[in-house]
Write a protein that binds this ligand. Structure first.
Ligand code: OSB
Ligand code: MG
Length: 369
């Protein structure tokens, strides 16, 4: 197939509840949808997920737009693509910028599946139709409000809760929630807010029966994580550190973690994500699917990918209404008894509500033959 046209929606969706992490507060999510059309008129959709601030990792939505338009589209525009696995090879000469790459790579996977009349999960040997899901809960210093929020999620059936923490907001909220829900599968995520000096403090987390502690230290730090993992009973999970399969190999050989939060966009797309799944399977590393506050498009992709047998630990794949008043799909993604169904249409399996997209977004064309 050949890419003949790429259209885009630049969208801003207001969040139902502002989301606070160790590094900042988010009130709306900006994202782009890329619509990639082939020579036969088939169309695939990909989501561009980075934030507006370079505070989670270094990519931002603005830097990603430049990389896409100036550097990635020229690498695919005149090429006959036989299989979407070729896209990550074509992108190899652009260093880093995984989320920019992923937006186009996942759109081309969706396009390929639609062209072949298949659901995307077929290509991952996805077997499950319903995915157990968890929820990530932002920093809420009013612990009564925090408890109420989590009580609501537990009542909706969310099978795992992840609390965001930072220095000064860790032991107390964990203790309060653990007391109220003694059997809840619970974990925490620090988004790099601690340093090696906090080891003694972090060791206290061992007493709360946490499933794991996500990304306590800096995004490029494998050594201090390895030191902490040696001293901690609780599993460490790496998120920001993991951009490539090589990062997983490094983390595994140093003992920096026992679990990987895999986000398709953070590793440059589906092809690299599949390699990481294979590696984790071989090495018995716990791998689970993370999220980036995706709209329905990225959420649908995550559900397709999470249909693989290996994803038994509930991912950060909540229902659309956990984040947004309105999603940009014709059918919102809903939770039932703690599970979300994998959309069963072609490709990622969902269709766009153009009306909603135009209400919250701007449409343009970024490439035509
Ligand atoms: O660290 O996993 C993270 C959201 C945005 C950026 C980073 C993270 C998160 C989440 C929520 O924790 C994931 C989601 O529910 O989409
Ligand atoms: Mg994280």
């Amino acid at each position: 197939m050949k890419i003949h046209r790429i259209d885009r929606y630049r969208v801003r969706l207001p969040l139902r509840i502002p989301f606070e992490t160790s590094y900042g507060r988010l009130t709306e999510k900006a994202f782009d949808l890329l619509l990639v059309t082939d020579e036969l008129g088939n169309q695939g959709i990909g989501e561009l997920v980075p934030f507006e601030q370079p505070d989670y990792i270094e990519e931002t939505i603005d830097t990603a737009r430049i990389i896409i338009e100036k550097h990635l589209i020229p690498l695919i525009k005149d090429v006959e693509i036989h299989h979407p696995k070729e896209v990550s090879l074509l992108f190899n000469e652009v260093k880093g910028n995984q989320m920019a790459k992923s937006s186009l790579e996942t759109a081309i996977w969706d396009l390929y599946a639609k062209r072949n009349g298949e659901s995307l999960k077929t290509y991952f040997n996805g077997t499950r139709a319903q995915i157990p899901v968890g929820v990530s809960v932002g920093i809420q210093t009013d612990l009564t409000k925090l408890t109420d929020q989590i009580t609501e999620y537990v009542a909706l059936g969310y099978q795992r809760v992840k609390l965001k923490i930072r220095p000064g907001y860790d032991l107390k909220p964990i203790e309060v929630i653990r007391k109220k829900f003694p059997n809840l599968t619970m974990m925490v995520d620090a988004n790099s807010a601690y340093t090696i000096k906090d080891i003694a403090h972090l060791k206290q987390l061992d007493t709360y029966n946490l499933a794991m502690i996500e990304q306590p230290f800096a995004a490029n730090d494998f050594l201090d994580h390895a030191q902490l993992q040696k001293e901690l009973k609780t599993d460490i999970c790496l998120d920001e550190n993991i951009r490539t399969l090589k990062d997983c190999e490094l983390a595994f050989s140093l003992g920096s973690c026992r679990s990987i939060n895999l986000k398709i966009p953070r590793v440059g797309g589906i092809t690299e994500a599949m390699k990481i799944v294979d590696f984790c399977n071989e090495k018995k590393l716990l791998v689970w699917l993370g999220g980036m506050f995706e709209s329905g498009v990225g959420r649908a992709l995550n559900l397709q990918f999470a249909s693989q047998k290996i994803f038994t630990f509930p991912g950060d794949i909540s229902a659309s209404d956990r984040y947004y008043y309105e999603d940009i799909l014709t059918e919102p993604i809903e939770i039932q008894k703690g599970k979300i169904s994998v959309p069963d249409g072609l490709g990622i399996g969902v269709s766009l509500s153009i009306e909603t997209l135009l209400k919250y977004g701007i449409y343009d064309t970024i490439f035509t033959k």
